[in-house]
Design a protein around this ligand. Structure first.
Ligand code: XMP
Length: 511
């Protein structure tokens, strides 16, 4: 295990992911965790993440007491680098010269971190203070125009640090630098997908025991699907999956679950056609929060009915959920982010259902979940599906939800997805909601006649984690094809518009 000590910046997760890309397991721990507790995890190496801009800032987090006496190889990044320098007797200066963004790094001594790498390389910086003097016995190995000490190391003590962010892709050799540290620390690349899946399956088997039964709500999304497939592999038919077809999925997605997923995994599945019920509950509702609440509530009611039916064959004690590592970190990190929309995960049921949770994906990042899905043989379309909100198309119709409007939106959405895929943009684009402005009409002309139809909005965004996003610069010819096809093929739509708002201020979804 490599521990990534989180000093409160957004970079800790990225660092943990990069470590795992070197096939070494990593875990994020808060900087407030006592060193004894860290040592109990038997770390092979420790990485101190970036954090606030200054070690002198009020309430700046400190390096856990005694960390450098443990003898565990440690790598400080940005803030972690400065904190390390300060703690070990170096000097951190409030230069007043901030360095943000891309800059050139000059390697003056290859040492361990830069072995075999070019002397000049692009790196990404984000800091206010600078290390003015390395601690005694440390070799300074790199500089930049603004920062005399941009990297240092003391291989005998197993201590290393860099001012730049090796975890971001703008740092040309960042991943190699990280790998050099991990190699020097003696970390073996044994975290492979096959091991991950086997370990997770084994853990589920141990948790549920030889007799236990479990249920799982499938949403059509990748997380619940991979979680279910893992549990199925562990306990077979003692798992029952429930798929509530609320009628708010995109074209072909219900079939994907009912047919392809079952075929690929052999999961025991109960499908509930609840379309009528959801439509009725949503009748005339236009307020986004109210829609979300209704969909969440109805979902739970349907699920509870199913649960009762399944219980008729014997007790069920376990509920499978597709909780991912970022959720675990975020809820444990206590950084209290504002609740901007009441997010509802179709897999996410309330705590008062009396089950023990089985969460086989708790240690995984999204991209790892996808690869685990591939390892488990899930359909590619499902594994590589872009994020889709639990409340589905219900929150992509601005205005009341009706069967007809859902049908219109499904067609338009299918066309947009098809053209984006055909243009090879699936991996580049985080997701592209298509939003129907159902209460807006505009005049158009088609053939010889006047039309008075609805607009749809294309909302292609690029993002790392959906917390922030930018609108994607989709090539004009692709946009043109989408627009032409939608207005030609979907009769009720006579206008296609593009959303060019980043997040913030706009959220990704419109409701
Ligand atoms: P926003 O609109 O908040 O969306 O910028 C961020 C990401 O979350 C997805 N999203 C949801 N996912 N349940 C979900 O499981 C929800 O209620 C929900 N609302 C938004 C959205 O698609 C985007 O990827």
């Amino acid at each position: 295990t490599v521990l990534v000590v989180d000093f409160g910046a957004q970079y800790a997760q990225l660092i943990a992911r990069r470590v795992r890309e070197c096939h070494v397991y990593s875990e994020i721990v808060p900087s407030t965790m006592p060193v004894e507790e860290m040592m109990a995890k038997k770390p092979k190496a420790i990485i101190l993440s970036g954090g606030p801009s200054s070690v002198y800032a009020e309430g700046a987090p400190a390096v856990p007491v005694g960390l450098f006496r443990t003898g565990v190889p440690t790598f400080g990044i940005c803030y972690g680098f400065q904190a390390m320098a300060q703690e070990l007797g170096g000097k951190v200066a409030r230069t007043g010269v901030a360095e943000y963004g891309g800059t050139r790094l000059t390697v003056t001594d290859e040492g361990v971190l830069f072995a075999g790498l070019p002397a000049e390389q692009a790196v990404w910086m984000s800091h206010g203070d600078s290390v003015a003097a390395a601690p005694e016995g440390f070799a300074v190995t790199a500089t930049t125009a603004e920062t005399p000490v941009a990297a240092f190391e003391h291989p005998e003590l197993g201590l290393y640090g860099v001012q730049f962010h090796p975890e971001v892709l703008h740092s040309e050799y960042g991943q190699t630098v990280l790998k050099h540290f991990l190699d020097a620390a003696g970390c073996r690349p044994s975290w492979t997908m096959l091991n991950i899946v086997e370990d997770a399956v084994e853990a589920v088997r141990a948790q549920i025991g030889p007799e236990g039964r479990a249920i799982c709500a499938l949403s059509g999304g990748v997380d619940s699907a991979v979680a279910a497939a893992m549990v199925q592999r562990a306990i077979g038919d003692r798992l029952t999956c429930v798929f509530v077809d609320h009628g708010l999925l995109r074209k072909g997605e219900a079939e994907q679950v009912e047919r392809d997923f079952v075929a690929a995994t052999g999961v025991k599945l109960r499908v509930v056609d609840a379309q009528e019920r959801f439509l009725k509950a949503l009748d005339g509702v236009t307020d986004p929060e109210e829609k979300r609440k209704i969909i969440g509530r109805e979902f739970i009611r349907v699920f509870e009915d199913e649960q009762r039916a399944i219980m008729a064959d014997g007790p069920v004690d376990f509920l499978v959920q597709g909780t991912l590592y970022p959720d675990v970190v975020e809820s444990g990190g206590g950084t209290g982010t504002a609740n901007i929309k009441s997010h509802h995960n179709v897999g996410g049921l309330p705590d008062d259902l009396r089950f023990s949770l089985v969460e086989p994906l708790r240690a995984l990042f999204k991209d790892e979940v996808r690869r685990a899905g591939e390892e488990l043989g899930l359909p590619a379309a499902m594994v590589w599906r872009q994020p889709f909100p639990g409340p589905g198309l219900g929150i992509r119709i601005v205005g009341a939800v009706t069967r007809e409007r859902l049908e219109i939106l499904r067609e338009a959405d299918a066309i947009a997805r098809e053209e984006l895929s055909r243009a090879g943009l699936d991996r580049e684009i985080w997701q592209c909601p298509v939003v129907l402005l159902a209460d807006v009409r505009s005049v158009g002309v088609q053939g010889d006649g006047r039309t008075y139809g609805h607009p749809v909005v294309l909302r292609p965004v690029s993002s790392e984690d959906a917390m922030t996003a930018d609108w994607s610069r989709v090539p004009y010819d692709v946009l043109a094809r989408i627009s032409t096809r939608i207005t030609n093929e979907v009769r009720e739509i006579n206008r296609v518009v593009l959303d060019v708002t980043s997040k913030p201020p706009g959220t990704i979804e419109w409701e």
